[in-house]
Write a protein that binds this ligand. Sequence first.
Ligand code: AMP
Length: 632
Amino acid sequence: MTGEYEKAFKKSIEQPDKFWDEAAQQIEWHKPYTKVLDDSQAPFYRWFTGGELNTCYNALDFHVKNGRADQLAMIYDSPVTNSIQKFTYTQLRDRVAKFAGVLLENGIKKGDRVIIYMPMIPEAMIGMLACARIGAIHSVVFGGFAPHELAIRINDARPTLILSASCGMEGSKIIEYKPLLDKAIELAQHKPEKCIIYQRPQAKAGIIADRDIDWVEAEKSAKPADCVFVQATDPLYIIYTSGSTGIPKGVVRDNGGHAVALKWTMKNIYNMEPGDVFWAASDVGWVVGHSYIVYAPLLAGCTTIMYEGKPVGTPDPGAFWRVISQHNVKALFCAPTAFRAIKKEDPNGEYLKKYNLSSFKYLFQAGERLDPDTYYWASNLLKVPVIDHWWQTETGWAIAANCMGLEPLPIKAGSPTKSAPGYQITVMDSNGRILPNEKEGTFAVKLPLPPGTFPTLWQNDKKFRESYLDPFPGYYFTGDGGYIDKDGYLFIMGRVDDVINVAGHRLSTGEMEEVVASHKDIAECAVIGVADDLRGEIPFGFVILKNGVNRDPKEILQELYAMVRDQIGNFAYFRNAVIVRQLPKTRSGKILRSTMRKVANGEQFSIPSTIDDPNILGEIKEALVRVDHVKK
Ligand code: AMP
């Protein structure tokens, strides 16, 4: 071991100003910052105050001017439409500048919000970067979200404009986006002034005169726009994420800290050099897509892959190996669920034999726990380091990782290794006392969080404080539980709140409960996460019918599944529920969700002393036995 990791970590904690000031030299500033870490409003911290820059400039124009004009910036690979499109840095900069011109012509100014509800096509990335170019704040909403969810985000972000497309593709299925968008705008109280729609050949969207604009037509006649410099502390984007309640949280990302931290991670965590090809197989609607499909690889002068396909079925479980070999990918970043899907269809890795993977050096995994089985399967098959790293929408980049560019540390299966530089992590008990190594509790990060994380929630400092700062004063509350072993390795065991992780997608069980409870026949319900081989976790509902309801229970359950699908999205995967007579509760009426979770997952549990009627747990257990799905 060289000690490089330890040195970097120590410096980042003891001299954060110096550490991040050095990292910030990799960014081109229009005006230098006056302070690296600004703690004048603590516990609200800001990074690089006084500095001015443009994120799009640093992601595109900088490389055009510094020798990468003809290098590929982005490769769009879409097995679902059978097309590949390549953009050099110059070509991508020119498209972005033109589309930024379209935004300006439609009255978008610095600080205005633009919602992007799009499939995985180049225009989604072009839209994001065009916003960044003129200082508008984008908020990308994952295309799988149903209109109700989109409407909630429209009401909170209050966009002037929405960018969308006529359709997305789910395998060979065409999903028309425009009716979903129109419905969302109808449901929302806030109405955007305009929508710019990209017409894909697979479906033609109906256009609402006076509101909808054709993307291609508008871009044709637009005048390219220059970069507008913004404050380092100005928001670059808002991304909504699930919390414990039905109201998603608008995580704000600034411009300066984000650019500095992401560029630093590309070399130090991912060991990527300019010119290398990086592939994050995610969606631009998720944080991994923001950070590692769009911003970080471009800031670092790499080539990024935008993949509109699946790990299996587009057309087969060799899809990932095909992309890696065809485009000389050096590192792939995806969620373990993708590998579980490949393993299920091709357990012996027969498809891998068809491809030359000599360019491939690392597999990075995040989004959910990398279970040891999947870890061993992937590393035996691929024979490259398989690197688990832990992060959240809120942090924007890894909280814990094995930093390949600093110093690879020995891997322990089931652990994302140690704290990434910048994060001082502890484990707390429920009273906010720091626990010793090996003891399980809740992870907390000592403030300030490093640059590139989040200064607050969109126009909601109060919720930011309540959700993240109040539980453990002086620390950021992660919502994840687990322990740190004697060597300083972290083991992330799962959420301590009502957030579940379905195939790497973060969902709120509270939100599903709200939907289920709104059914006319339902008196009360609880939704918990139960273990699932493929998706990691899936939601499971327990419902109590109102007195006097005597309809076919199967029919009611089908209606509940349809309601969650229609109001949240199909990816929520709410397909399992049982009708029970009662829910286990404390004497004060709180539903004992964590005990139910343990019962459902066949884990050891003790009967809480506060329980009102322990016999109800027996009924819950019986109900689960009746459902084939749940493992014992
Ligand atoms: P999201 O905000 O959608 O990225 O989801 C973040 C949550 O996913 C975290 O709070 C964790 O519960 C989980 N997660 C992400 N990465 C990991 C990992 N490497 N190991 C365990 N859990 C993870």
